[in-house]
Design a protein around this ligand. Structure first.
Ligand SMILES: Cc1cc2nc3c(=O)[nH]c(=O)nc-3n(C[C@H](O)[C@H](O)[C@H](O)COP(=O)(O)OP(=O)(O)OC[C@H]3O[C@@H](n4cnc5c(N)ncnc54)[C@H](O)[C@@H]3O)c2cc1C
Length: 498
């Protein structure tokens, strides 16, 4: 390995000439032609030059494929959910299991490569890919094993929410996961994990019984309440700061396949009344009830507000609890009745597809302020290039019954999570739309207190430190111990101080 100052044009040129290696490696064959060195980007943004022999040896150490620009499958593998981030890693290591992850971490550390870790690829801030570094891609790791007797599930790091839901629902079991089913479980769990079942079963990370991790030194460690308890604490809300988690063991709970709930859909003209009612109603809602308010505004302004309801308890009691919503306002659609959980979990998938351009902002709230509702009612300027979404979800219940320092996720007192953003098709509108949302958020942020690290698009180091609240010093000590060189920094980063 040699180092030089990084230069974009030399990387592009090198990438073009070195692509045949990857093609041969991907096919598991020998290198037939002379291949010059490969230029990549280092952890700190400099240039790393990898020799053909180094890359070949690495490729041969993997059970999964090693891809480079020009290889079949490379362009597909580099795509992540947020199309705003059109990034080209120098190497994509498809990891088939723990050994591949250990080898990828060792290779990346030895050559001081910029690392991006990809689980489900849903990173709002595009951190699961990178330009010129290595993407350690866990998506081939698809194992899910549900044990109906112990009501537990062991899940590998590439699994999406829909696969766990599917396997667990067969046995009438579930754990809190998110509300868009093509999200990755790994990234979601490491940040906390908010979802429809949170008020009854807690955050996804509250249901974590154990996990396996490969830390920056390439070591494999098992984490649980009895083993490596410090790291086990840190990965429950601290994001991907401490290593690459290869599998997760969850506690499942009896739930589904059917439940009482559904959607009430109102025209956007009723937004203010609906949000006022939402705010008032949620103050006395039992933990079994989850109500989310999703506002969508397309470029023509003909938007709607969707109230999604799930009652995780006795149907007769649920019907009584939900009735005030059915008697309120004039919904154009009312689907309240028996719903299938898997069906509802997948219902949003089409509205937030892979590959569009998105810019999102988020914050926790203690209450739904009347001034916030006033702002929402008319705050979004119509523009032909963009569509808006705004999601208000209720937290509390089981989430708030865990202590603020019991896990790294500190916002146990948050009553609501608010996420808003816009999406657009052509990248030429990116600058204009990002600037608009940043400005809009300046007006919304005062209604929020801290933010969910998984919903962060771009946040300063200070804001990240603040959102970890009293847990930050303990997280910093963990970072200093397990990743002092900050190998894993494409995340809501805790910057080591050693
Ligand atoms: C459409 C959409 C809907 C969402 N809905 C919800 C929701 O309902 N509830 C909720 O809680 N969140 C939600 N989120 C946020 C979501 O939790 C984060 O985007 C999360 O990071 C996604 O995980 P992933 O594995 O798909 O991410 P990736 O993009 O693959 O990874 C994101 C980051 O997580 C880290 N990471 C991923 N896998 C690992 C691993 N195995 N080991 C170590 N670090 C890892 C890395 O730092 C990586 O940069 C949503 C996001 C989107 C885009």
């Amino acid at each position: 390995m040699k180092r030089r100052t990084f230069c974009q044009s030399s990387l592009a040129a090198a990438v073009a000439v070195t692509s045949p290696i990857g093609r041969v490696l991907a096919a598991g064959g020998k290198i037939a032609a002379f291949i010059p060195e490969i230029q990549a980007v280092s952890r700190t943004g400099g240039e790393v030059v990898l020799t053909e022999a180094e890359v070949r040896e690495f490729g041969e150490s993997l059970y999964g494929q090693l891809l480079m620009p020009g290889n079949d499958g490379y362009d597909q593998a580099r795509i992540i959910w947020n199309g705003m981030f059109d990034q080209r890693p120098a190497l994509i290591a498809h990891c088939a299991g723990v050994t591949d992850v250990m080898n990828a971490v060792d290779f990346s550390r030895t050559h001081d490569l910029l690392i991006a870790v990809r689980g489900g690829g849903h990173s709002i801030s595009g951190k699961s890919s990178c330009n010129g570094g290595i993407m350690i891609d866990l998506s081939p790791m698809q194992g899910v094993r549900v044990d109906p007797l112990t009501r537990t599930a062991r899940v590998q790091a590439g699994v999406l929410l829909n696969k766990l839901d599917h396997e667990a629902q067969r046995f009438g079991l579930a754990v809190t996961t998110g509300t868009t089913s093509h999200t990755g479980l790994a990234g979601l769990t490491l940040g906390g994990g908010l979802g429809r079942l949170g008020r009854v079963f807690g955050l996804t990370c509250d249901n974590l019984l154990s996990a396996d991790i490969v830390t920056a030194d390439g070591q494999y460690r098992h984490l649980s309440a009895d083993e490596n308890t410090d790291l086990f604490w840190g990965i429950r809300g601290g994001g991907g700061n401490f290593g690459i988690v290869t599998s997760f063991e969850y506690q499942l709970h009896p739930f589904g396949p059917d439940f009482l709930g559904g959607a009430l859909i109102y025209p956007i003209s009723q937004m203010k009344d609906v949000l006022n009612f939402y705010s008032e109603f949620s103050l006395t809602a039992p933990d079994e009830l989850n109500v989310g308010a999703v506002t969508t505004i397309p470029p023509n302004g003909k938007g709607m507000i969707i109230i999604g309801i799930l009652y995780a308890g006795d149907d007769a009691e649920g019907a009584r609890v939900i009735r005030p919503w059915q008697e309120f306002g004039k919904p154009v659609i009312d689907t309240i009745g028996k719903e299938n959980y898997e069906h509802v979990q997948r219902a949003n998938d089409g509205t937030l597809p892979f590959g569009r351009n998105y810019y999102m902002k988020a914050g926790f709230m203690r209450k739904v302020d009347p001034d916030f509702i006033d702002f929402m009612d008319g705050g979004f300027e119509l523009n032909p290039s963009r569509s808006y979404v705004a999601v208000l979800s209720q937290l509390g219940g089981a989430i708030s019954q865990v202590g603020e320092s019991d896990t790294a996720f500190a916002h146990r007192d948050a009553e609501y999570d608010f996420v808003t953003g816009c999406s657009w098709v052509d990248r030429e509108h990116s600058d204009e739309n990002v600037a608009y949302m940043r400005n809009l958020w300046k007006q919304i942020q005062p209604f929020t207190k801290g933010f969910y690290i998984n919903n962060a698009h771009e946040e300063s180091t200070d804001r990240i430190r603040q959102t970890f609240r009293g847990n930050y010093d303990r997280l910093l000590a963990l970072k200093n111990e397990y990743d002092p060189a900050n190998l894993f920094h494409r995340n809501p980063n805790i910057q080591p101080s050693v």
